[in-house]
Design a protein around this ligand. Sequence first.
Ligand code: HPA
Length: 241
Amino acid sequence: MSTHIGAQEGAIAQTVLLPGDPLRARYIAETFLEHAVLYNEVRGMYGYTGHYGNQRISVQGTGMGVPSISIYAHELLADYGARTLIRVGSCGAMQEHIRIRDLILAMSCSTDSAVNRGRFGAADYAPTADFALLHGAYRSAQERGYPVHVGNILTSDVFYNDDAESMKRLTAHGTLAVEMESAALYTLAARFKARALAILTVSDHLVSGEQTTAEERQTSFNQMIELALDTALAENINTPA
Ligand code: HPA
């Protein structure tokens, strides 16, 4: 048991997929994992452990935003020995050339969150993906023929953002997309000498205003989970970070 996860010791795999929505955790467990067992329902933040191929994999909902994912990532790393955390989430595209439903691999995260400012004082820390995971996910996307972009994203504390000017400047500096969790995930993984990657699907477009239908979201969500599971299965990720 940890403060927010009611699992027994050993009930959570070393590799954990992290959707924001706990109902997505249930969907992933029921659709993609074999013999999935529910290990947490505290606050309705479902967590399951099952098998994919010969690999034991867990999937844990994180909720939305830096504080919520920080709680779950910290407890997975500190209390349950998780070593590989793969966020599977959605994002808003910030570049014209990116299409709705495309996949984005977050190589690094800019952030407006105050959490890392507090943690690093005067330094601007650059939360960064694990290279082996990033490389594995990119290769899998290419092999499967899925449209994928790799680069810097923005992890924001704000969904309804009034500050259009700072978003424009980030776009001018190549930021691919905005979401609300990955900078915290990468920072905590680094702190615990573990590996992390965020794989995102584009659910809405901040430049064109386009949005996905529920059906499109489901198709691209499944593609993202396939990439995450390919990545989790790749042999090189279970060597020490
Ligand atoms: N902003 C922040 N997070 C998001 C968005 C967005 O536009 N779309 C999906 N997650």
